[in-house]
Design a protein around this ligand. Structure first.
Ligand code: SF4
Length: 346
């Protein structure tokens, strides 16, 4: 097994060693790149990474950044929740430094199990597996692991650290190299559909390739839940090139992000409490589609003056609200950005 993984590492080095986050690596650059690369393609991150580091060259600069500066540098990467998390983590790490244990890293605000493992494995080159969709797909195929994706596969993959053969591989090839090479393989070769097994460096020892069952892994048992329809009024209040936003609280969707004031026009889920109910109060027409968790969202923009908003929807009298210059927005939710762009306000 060590031989095939050594071939894999050579393949990865030959093809992807020049990725900028693999040059002059520090724990800080690993933190930045690993958070950027979640849910975003390598191509998109390539266009943003150098500029971001130029602006925030170290933890000190990032920890002291304003939300507006952070959004400017993050714009184009989407999912601002990751920028919120990165900022939180930077503030903590600037004060306290990087702990050298995965369980301690996971306790840091903004750092979840994936980022903690990535810092351990890639930043510190210590035995760990940064288990994302790519690693789950490659390793469940390679070892023919039938544990369902939604129910235990993460743990099963992490448990490979206790597998004698695989820990020999980690020891011989290095944790950083193995993680990076598996990420490259999952992204470029061991694809969800039509994996390119004939050009895969692991094909000689890959169990599911031998059995002709590659696409049966990872096993999925969960039937796709039907999405619930949620119709939202998005109140757009403009004043001299500024837009009115409110800040999401810690116990709400999109924690710490800013959003257009929002109300529920209708929802198939009567228990949903994320926004005030504003049924039947407004005429709506323009429709912009988004989604969050199990909800399929129809957004209906409604233009209102600030006073009218507070009269019509008193809920917003008790919320933290602020007008922001449209050219210098803070970290806004993806849906808010989408609505403002569709309306050609941004
Ligand atoms: Fe994936 Fe095929 Fe390589 Fe196995 S041989 S790891 S299934 S690409």
């Amino acid at each position: 097994m060590v031989d095939e993984f050594t071939d894999l590492i050579h393949w990865s080095k030959d093809n992807y060693e020049s990725l900028p986050w693999r040059q002059n690596r520090t724990l800080y650059t690993t933190l930045v790149s690993e958070i950027m690369l979640q849910q975003t393609t390598v191509g998109t991150v390539l266009g943003k990474y150098a500029g971001f580091l130029k602006k925030f060259e170290d933890l000190d600069k990032l920890a002291n950044a304003t939300e507006i500066e952070l959004r400017e540098a993050w714009q184009g990467l989407g999912y601002y929740r990751r920028a919120v998390n990165l900022h939180k983590a930077a503030k903590f790490l600037h004060e306290n430094g990087f702990p050298e244990r995965g369980d301690l890293l996971e306790k840091i605000p903004g750092i979840g199990p994936y980022t903690a493992s990535a810092i351990m494995a890639i930043g510190m080159d210590k035995p760990a597996l940064a288990v994302d969709g790519n690693l789950k797909r490659v390793l469940s195929r390679y070892f023919s692991i039938a544990t369902p994706y939604e129910n235990g596969l993460d743990d099963e993959i992490r448990d490979l650290l206790n597998n004698k053969d695989f820990s020999d591989v980690l020891q011989n090839c290095g944790s950083r190299r193995i993680n990076e090479a598996l990420m490259d393989l999952g992204r470029e070769v061991c694809r969800v559909k039509n994996p390119l097994c004939l050009m895969c460096p692991l094909s000689k020892s890959c169990k599911s390739f031998k059995n002709g069952t590659a696409e049966d892994f990872p096993v999925r048992v969960k039937e796709k839940n039907k999405l619930i329809l949620l119709k939202l009024a998005r109140f757009v209040t403009l004043k001299s090139g500024q837009v009115l936003l409110y800040k999401k609280r810690a116990n709400e969707w999109l924690e710490s992000q800013w959003e257009l004031p929002t109300g529920i026009l209708s929802c198939e889920d009567e228990k949903l409490k994320q926004y005030p109910r504003v049924e039947d109060k407004f005429e709506v027409n323009t429709l912009i589609k988004t989604s969050i968790t199990k909800y399929k969202i129809e957004n209906y923009p409604i233009f209102l003056e600030a006073e009218s908003l507070k009269n019509e929807v008193p809920y917003f009298n008790s919320r933290e609200m602020e007008f922001f210059d449209l050219k210098r927005l803070p970290l806004v939710s993806t849906a808010t950005e989408k609505v403002l762009r569709k309306l050609k306000i941004l």
